[in-house]
Design a protein around this ligand. Structure first.
Ligand SMILES: NC(=O)c1ccc[n+]([C@@H]2O[C@H](COP(=O)([O-])OP(=O)(O)OC[C@H]3O[C@@H](n4cnc5c(N)ncnc54)[C@H](O)[C@@H]3O)[C@@H](O)[C@H]2O)c1
Length: 248
């Protein structure tokens, strides 16, 4: 079977579980070699192990700039090129603005916004050297499209990531490197299961027009589109995948 990502190497951050793991699996099914990174070493290694020769795990905290160079080097050594980056790793927390602390805001900014910024800076030289353009997908949130109660810190990081996406898309267009943002609504992953209960995926959600939470595999299909040549004329764009939540 010829896959939509044959011959491509994709870096996915936060690939140890949730949406990042679903993306790594789907990309490998479509022929990609995948560099998986996460601070969760055991989970990351397990997902990479499922991918056999197509998967490489590198322990990495996205806030570590020097570590980003090691991720790129490891990807080039193992697979020879880097074609795409999915900035997926993030932290989520909620707190009313009056109770939120500056420390928490700074922590979320580091992981959710500075991390993707460093990632873009790290992969662009390798993409340019590859000579075939590239695709960068930044996983934002519906909290990067609209205000949500209790999401002052998280929303600030995700609005920031949306802005970073558009400016980076303009800077990198001349190198045929495309940059887009994805804005999931409620997706059934460990990130929200702790706060909302383990049955997020089974429950009816009346405030969501499709009345259910999304699955990580559904988000992965959208990200596959953006990473692949199917989206060759798409850059600087934002994609809600939220069951209609922000259409209301
Ligand atoms: N689940 C949702 O409802 C939802 C909604 C909107 C947006 N998102 C976004 O989707 C993306 C994926 O989230 P998920 O739902 O799969 O969450 P998740 O918590 O299940 O997975 C996130 C992964 O990122 C890793 N990570 C966290 N901090 C890191 C760091 N500093 N360096 C490297 N890795 C780190 C975690 O270890 C984890 O494996 C995130 O950007 C998140 O903000 C999720």
């Amino acid at each position: 079977m010829s896959g939509r990502l044959d011959g491509r190497t994709v870096v996915v951050t936060g690939a140890g579980r949730g949406q990042g793991a679903a993306e790594a699996r789907l990309f490998a099914e479509h022929g990609a070699r995948v560099v998986l990174t996460d601070v969760r070493e055991e989970e990351g290694r397990a997902v990479a192990g499922e991918l056999g020769d197509q998967g490489l795990f590198v322990t990495h905290d996205v806030t570590d700039a020097a570590g980003w160079q090691q991720v790129v080097r490891a990807g080039l050594d193992a697979f020879g090129r880097i074609d795409a980056l999915v900035n997926n790793a993030a932290l989520w927390r909620t707190a009313p603005i009056e109770e939120e602390t500056e420390d928490n805001l700074q922590r979320l900014l580091r992981v959710n916004l500075v991390g993707p910024f460093l990632g873009i800076q790290a992969v662009v030289p390798a993409m340019r050297a590859g000579g075939d353009g590239g695709s960068i997908v930044n996983i934002s949130s519906t909290a990067g499209l609209v205000g949500i109660v209790g999401h002052a810190s998280y929303g600030a990081t995700k609005f920031g990531l949306r802005g970073l996406t558009k400016s980076a898309a303009l800077d990198l267009a001349r190198h045929r490197i495309r940059v887009n943002s994805v804005h999931p609504g409620m997706v059934d992953t460990p990130m929200i299961a702790g706060a909302l209960g383990g049955d997020v995926g089974e429950r009816e959600w009346p405030n969501v027009p499709l009345h259910r939470a999304g699955r990580p595999e559904e988000v992965a299909e959208l990200v596959l589109y953006l990473v692949s040549d199917a989206s060759s004329y798409v850059t600087g764009a934002e994609f809600a995948i939220d069951g209609g939540l922000t259409a209301q």
